[in-house]
Design a protein around this ligand. Sequence first.
Ligand code: FE2
Length: 371
Amino acid sequence: MALETPTRARKRERPGSKNTAGLDLDELRKLWLKPLWLVLSDAFTDEPRTQIVPHIWKWSDVRPRILEAGRRISAEEAERRVLMYLNPGLNGAPGATQTLFSGVQLIMPGEIAPTHRHVPSALRVVIEGNGAYTTVSGEKTLMRPGDFVTTPNWAWHDHGNETDEPMMWLDGLDMPFVLALNAMFYEELGDGYDIQPVTRELDDSQTRYNRGFRPHRDAFAGNYSPILNYRYAEVRETLALMERAGDALSEEEGVMLDYINPLTGGPTLPTIDAHAQLIRPGEHTRAVRDTASRLYFVLDGRGASIIGGQRLEWEKGDTFCAPTWAWREHRVASSDAPAVLFSFDDAPIQKPFSFYRRQALLEGDGHQSSL
Ligand SMILES: [Fe+2]
């Protein structure tokens, strides 16, 4: 559960010490030794510090370039035709934040991405295209715009496009976290199994688990949601109902829902939590921050966010990130249509160890500056 911290952290000068005490630092360096007291205040900081900076990847920049990649490199050559979203603070290392990878993947008509599996958990959110498939552990789903598809850790998965239009989706993975732990494994199912056998009916998991039922004496034992595809049409219906019911009265985050594992009520993936939120015309959400790092994808509409003091203008198809402990607030102009933001974050990695903290900005009007 979120730990609410009602007061802001007190700021004060850290005394620290730059006293080398006459020690020979060169000699210590050769022995791979160093006095902690010289760097104590860099390690035990008053608040989280991060290299990650707020950034937006505009769909109007990305779309023509991923389609150009589709003309220039075949799916076989590329293996995975993805343009990665790199955080400018990471000096080119793969990652949109310190724990989360994101990018856009393109599958042209007739192409496949062969069956493989890996330690990182993955999610997809469909940007453009209608009806291409992802198959995970023998269950196939046809993906429509805005759908949220999960691919758990070490699950066999493959993709294909049997439609006559390009299919593009946002990938989200916990890959930088797995790499930081040096825990990566990857393998392919191999010759003859580029397309894995489909062993279940279409929408099997939705029908079993997303209707308030579960099979009697269910044997599902995963630490992830058994549901493969969360349909955007259902998300919009639920957000609309919540809006009619007045669920946005807290002024924080607009009307927001969490995608859940129906067996636990927890996140869909053990390392990644996912949400959708409706920002209504004229709404300006109160600034909040937490220790999770986060990516937003604009499912519908347009608006602006202030992330860590930086204003980002967004519209449908854009992706932007919010670093750890950066204030974030969203606004949609009263003359615009309602906007829907999808977001995913690394809070599930932090919560089991009590690292997670969240705070709302209570001073002034609850905003960093006027939008
Ligand atoms: Fe994959």
